[in-house]
Ligand binder design. Structure first.
Ligand SMILES: CC(C)(COP(=O)(O)OP(=O)(O)OC[C@H]1O[C@@H](n2cnc3c(N)ncnc32)[C@H](O)[C@@H]1OP(=O)(O)O)[C@@H](O)C(=O)NCCC(=O)NCCS
Length: 338
């Protein structure tokens, strides 16, 4: 049975059942990824940025003869933001190819349609059944990134310490656990805005103005995701010349996520990229000793960043693709399949 579901009011047993299914999905599709924990999972599923909404449905098995609620074997949520709905769907590996995924997408697409959304996007992990699934539903591939993973156990720490000190004269590197200090928020947002045109992908939006940046940091914290930032400050102007962001999620705290790394155009060629990334890893090692790996996503065309990542020891892991579909076409296709 598929029904709308609100993680804010769901029972702890439902949250635990969804976690079991999520971990079964990871074990089947991404066996190298660490399993998720229950820590802040409810908040991860509920909290959104101001102005955004996330609507969820579950596929639940029938109750047991003794009345115990059935397991959650499928889940979908659609995040409604700007002009696009971003979808995430999963079906327990033991229940796949029975139409659950298609039905979950159908209800979510119908809602997006009713709410006036024209386009739905989804992130699809290469080499998993999701590729054939979304292609069967008429989604088309828009964009491909490479996910790379760094094993901190294999890092050359002395080499990293050298990179950390390799920043050119006139720059000062600063570690900011929790987020940039308030007095630097505006300069930070300016640095992000400068590379907006080069920014790749739409499903992981960055924050370009100070207000949105504050909201985005607060939302991360509410979702149980702790941001760490390293800044390169241009001493003469006080401008943020470079920044790198890593988030440690309570749900999988052994594997951190690398978010944006930016070196502002006028400040390139001073070793900032290497220095801020090296400093981040050195700081992370003492601030978050549980972190064993860091994962990052890069456009395949971004050769300079891929080069620095390779020097640091990142290894390419998977294609990470963005697919999208016209909502009217999707609704029509799924309704006529019933
Ligand atoms: C993608 C996913 C949701 C599909 O769920 P599902 O319940 O098996 O999908 P359905 O049974 O509704 O399949 C619908 C159609 O998609 C296509 N399809 C789905 N899985 C497929 C596969 N493994 N190979 C080929 N086609 C496939 C088929 O056309 C299928 O129709 P059919 O069975 O009548 O031929 C499921 O595989 C899944 O949970 N994947 C993990 C997604 C995820 O979150 N990944 C990120 C973390 S790992």
């Amino acid at each position: 049975m598929v029904r709308e579901w609100d993680p804010r009011t769901a029972s702890s047993a439902e949250i635990a059942s969804l976690l079991d299914t999520l971990n079964a999905v990871l074990a089947a599709d991404l066996p190298q990824d660490p399993p998720w924990r229950a820590n802040s999972l409810r908040e991860y599923l509920s909290e959104v940025m101001p102005g955004e909404r996330r609507i969820s449905w579950i596929a639940q098995e029938d109750p047991a003869p003794d009345g115990a609620p059935g397991a959650i074997v499928g889940h979908v949520h659609v995040l409604l933001l700007g002009g696009i709905g971003v979808l995430e769907v999963l079906t327990h590996p033991a229940r796949r190819r029975t139409g659950i995924g298609r039905e979950l997408v159908r209800v979510a697409a119908r809602r997006a349609w009713d709410e006036g959304f024209q386009s739905i996007g989804v992130e699809v992990v290469g080499d998993t059944p999701a590729v054939a699934f979304y292609e069967a539903l008429g989604f088309t591939r828009e964009y491909v990134e490479t996910r790379s993973v760094l094993d901190l156990g294999a890092v050359d720490w002395p080499a990293l310490t050298e990179m950390d000190t390799g920043v050119g004269a006139g720059y000062h590197v600063e570690f900011c656990p929790g987020g940039p200090p308030d007095e630097l928020i505006e300069a930070y947002a300016r640095a992000k805005a400068e590379v907006r045109d080069m920014d790749d992908g739409e499903l992981r939006p960055s924050s370009y103005d100070p207000e949105r940046l504050r909201d985005s940091l607060a939302t991360l914290h509410r979702r149980g995701m702790k941001p760490y930032i390293v800044l390169a400050l241009h001493e003469q102007s006080g401008e943020v010349a470079g920044l790198t962001e890593v988030v440690v999620p309570a749900q999988h705290p052994t594997r951190a996520d690398q978010y944006d790394t930016i070196v502002v155009r006028d400040h390139r060629g001073h070793g900032i990229d290497r220095a801020i990334k090296a400093r981040m890893l050195l700081e992370l090692r003492s601030a978050e000793p549980e972190v064993a790996e860091v994962q990052t996503w890069n456009a395949q065309a971004n050769e300079s960043m891929l080069k620095v990542n390779a020097e640091l020891g990142y290894r390419p892991d998977r294609d990470w693709c963005e697919y999208s579909v016209d909502v009217a076409e999707l609704v029509h296709r799924l309704d006529s399949h019933r």
